[in-house]
Design a protein around this ligand. Structure first.
Ligand code: HEC
Length: 152
């Protein structure tokens, strides 16, 4: 090996070691500081605000739909009429194969399926505020359910 080649090799090894040390340290750093009770309360407030918004959407509140620019139903039926208190929405079973769509589906896919099929509404973008709020309400309503992905 020439002197130049072994020099390059040395630099390469040094970069690799530095990268390993930096990457290896990050997960530890992320958990180093405990959240204060004030921070935890703030996080919970944000979450519950989304749950309440989702609750309004799930019960077909017109004003909230207008404000967010969505039309979740045109049949006069809200989600809650078929799924009282989010019954049979099974968020803990996703992702799973859905026969109705003939594909491996996420909870958000299924929310859009219900908007389009039984509700004859307009599907919403999967990363929209309305989708996040509906998801928050459905998951909060099923709190305590054991994760069981793929189940039917
Ligand atoms: C007219 C009745 C009806 C309405 C209204 C309705 N759904 Fe559904 N929903 C169904 C049926 C039927 C299924 C399929 C159940 C199954 O998977 O066998 C379903 C399934 C679901 C599932 C998946 C459950 C699972 O385990 O596969 C979710 C999530 C869901 N609905 C959410 C919603 C949301 C959100 C709305 C409002 C936008 C809504 N539904 C409105 C009838 C309804």
């Amino acid at each position: 090996m020439t002197r130049e080649r072994s020099g390059q090799l040395g630099v390469g090894v040094a970069i690799a070691i530095t990268l390993l040390l930096t990457l290896g340290r990050e997960p530890g750093l992320a958990h180093k500081e405990k959240h204060t009770p004030e921070q935890l309360k703030a996080f919970d407030d944000v979450f519950m605000q989304q749950v309440r918004l989702g609750d309004l959407l799930f019960h077909g509140d017109e004003q909230t739909q207008k404000r967010l620019g969505v039309q979740l139903s045109t049949t006069g039926m809200s989600c809650a009429m078929c799924h009282p208190t989010a019954a049979d929405t099974h968020p803990h079973e996703f992702p799973k194969f859905q026969e109705q769509m003939n594909k491996f589906a996420t909870l958000r896919d299924m929310i859009n399926w219900c908007i389009e099929k039984p509700n004859q509404g307009v599907a919403i973008p999967v990363d929209s505020d309305a989708m996040k709020a509906l998801e928050a309400y459905i998951i909060w309503s099923n709190k305590g359910s054991k994760l069981d992905p793929g189940r039917h």
